[in-house]
Design a protein around this ligand. Structure first.
Ligand code: TYM
Length: 335
């Protein structure tokens, strides 16, 4: 008998254009996992409402995120690609999990505290229970692995707690999902100005988007913060320089990275040259993805077919889970 593949779930919010952080933190892993796992990847449109109540550009963002997912190498024939809002079973599971989530722990979540600071005028209950909805997204498919960047680590820890609490209260149903990055620790792609991470809706000049054209990429990289170079051999790199090397390790050939590392260690580095090389390598990496994404984005009929089929497949498994959850909770009064 063929061994059943392990289940993988992950999602991206359609709050803006995808960037190198999304690619290296999440998408690259999606693409690598699609061959060997039973993959469910979705656009987290409900989650985006917690921070972006104005839905004017939501439709366009959803189509773009889908096109960019496919342009990065996701094959909708191999994975289930769908919209969160196509699967109402997720909302039902979210409701059950909300009874197992406590106000105190939700208020302590780092992302919640950040959002309270960023949008004090809109501290809604959806924002508070964001990790609960995220748990529902994951365990609705009884997933084992969740490819995400470092910023989602705490959410995954909470997801394991909620899965455990459900199992403990009502009976064993959910595996405990693990955050996943191929062969290494979860990663965080820093922004080019050395403060914080690349982001869809903040720090836009210090974030490289998959839709940026070649000139814009070069401008952003050339503006990245540097200094006059190390004064002593083999010094520790300041954060903003280490960030540039981190990006270089992802997009440039290893001989090139080694040559610049050597120059740095010998106090011979010319940051202008490093940034020019980095810009060239990012351009070569991004331009084919950007061109594919433009073509896919304009094929609305294809995208519609993809999410229709994806939504149906996702609902099939979600429905199975909800039936079992209802039974364990004891909601089937007359059977
Ligand atoms: P979102 O949309 O902010 O980001 C999508 C994915 O990209 C990763 N990421 C990064 N990785 C490295 N460096 C960065 N600078 C960087 N910025 C973003 C994120 O870690 C994420 O993997 N809450 C999620 C969406 C979500 C979800 C889920 C994910 C909703 N439900 C269920 C997994 C499973 C989010 O806001 O991702």
């Amino acid at each position: 008998m063929e061994k059943q593949k392990e289940v993988v779930v992950s999602g991206l919010r359609p709050t803006g254009l995808l960037h190198l952080g999304n690619y290296f933190g999440a998408l690259r892993n999606y693409v690598r996992m699609q061959e060997d796992y039973d993959c469910y990847f979705f656009v987290a449109d409900w989650h985006s409402l917690t921070t972006h109540p104005d839905t004017k550009s939501l439709g366009e963002n959803v189509r773009r995120v889908l096109a960019e997912n496919i342009a990065c190498g996701l094959d909708p024939e191999k994975v289930c690609l769908y919209l969160q809002s196509s699967v109402p079973e997720i909302a039902e599971l979210y409701l059950y999990l909300n009874m197992l989530a406590y106000k105190g722990e939700l208020e302590k979540t780092t992302t919640f505290k950040d959002k309270v600071r960023q949008q004090p005028e809109n501290i809604n209950a959806g924002l508070l229970t964001y990790p609960v909805l995220m748990t529902a997204d994951i365990i609705i498919h009884r997933a084992l692995y969740v490819p995400v960047g470092k910023d989602q680590e705490q959410h995954l820890e909470m997801a394991r707690n909620y899965a455990q609490r459900f199992n403990h209260r009502y009976g064993e149903l959910f595996p405990e999902p693990q955050a996943y990055n191929f062969g290494q620790e979860l990663i965080k792609i820093p922004s080019l100005d050395g403060t914080g991470k690349m982001s869809k809706s903040e720090n836009q000049f210090a974030t490289i988007y998959l839709a940026d054209d070649d000139d814009l990429i070069r401008k952003k990289v050339m503006k990245a913060k540097t200094d006059s170079g190390p004064l002593e051999k083999n010094s520790v790199k300041p954060d903003y320089i280490e960030n540039l090397f981190q990006l270089m390790r992802l997009v440039s050939k290893s001989e090139i990275v080694h040559a610049f590392e050597k120059d740095f260690n010998e106090c011979q580095i010319r940051y202008g040259d490093l940034k020019k090389q980095l810009a060239d390598d990012i351009v070569s990496f991004i331009s084919p993805i950007r061109e594919k994404a433009v073509a896919i984005y304009s094929d609305t009929k294809y995208l519609k077919e993809v999410i229709q089929k994806g939504g149906e497949n996702a609902r099939e498994r979600a429905n199975e889970t909800i039936r079992m959850a209802r039974e364990l909770i004891g909601l089937n009064y007359f059977s």
